[in-house]
Design a protein around this ligand. Sequence first.
Ligand SMILES: O=C1O[C@H](COP(=O)(O)O)[C@@H](O)[C@H](O)[C@H]1O
Length: 229
Amino acid sequence: MPTEHLFVDGALAAANMAQRIAALLADAIAARGVATIALSGGRSPKPVLEALSQVALDWDKVIVTLVDERWVAPDHADSNERLIRENLLRGKAAAARFVPMKNDAADAYAGQAECEATFAALPWPLDIILLGMGEDGHTASLFPEAGELAEGLSTQAHVLAVTPPAAPHQRMSLSAAAILASRHIFLQIGGAAKKAVYDRALAGGPVEELPIRVALCQHGVSVEVWISQ
Ligand SMILES: O=C1O[C@H](COP(=O)(O)O)[C@@H](O)[C@H](O)[C@H]1O
């Protein structure tokens, strides 16, 4: 069972979560000299990224990367890299090393081999993976009904290119195996609709129906779920 943190206020959840993440990053630096965190994009992480950017930490020893990316230019409004650069990699956190998923390939499929080489060179297991979840139960870019879902759930590669069935842009996503090659998984759940999906995912069923079950229905990695209204 995941550990649940319940908040009525999203800002309070973000502030507490940032402190918890910073403490784990500091522990990792103390233990191994380096800390690694892979972050989600979308709307949910912005407040926690802003809070984290103001925390005092040996940020020059922190590697920041993504759990998924939309295959758009890094200055595009939908770019997850842009979200991280604008909200986390500033202030105290400006010294962190950012490893992008997006490269210069024309599409995500053409960029997959280079991205895999980049991710294979990271120090696994990653210390923290911060997941989001869509109301369709997708996490990272492991979408229900995507043509690449079976591959994403079974491959031992770190990343794969994905075409979402009902969302814009080709994606690059961590595989299920890479998500579970981590020391701590955090999941952000905001609002009643996502909470209902989360409850359904916890109740059990096929991972293909709600891919967030990759993180929730396993016993190898500790999972903290941060829930706000
Ligand atoms: O497309 C994506 O969606 C999920 C959820 O995003 P949110 O806007 O509902 O928070 C996100 O976790 C993922 O990284 C992103 O690429």
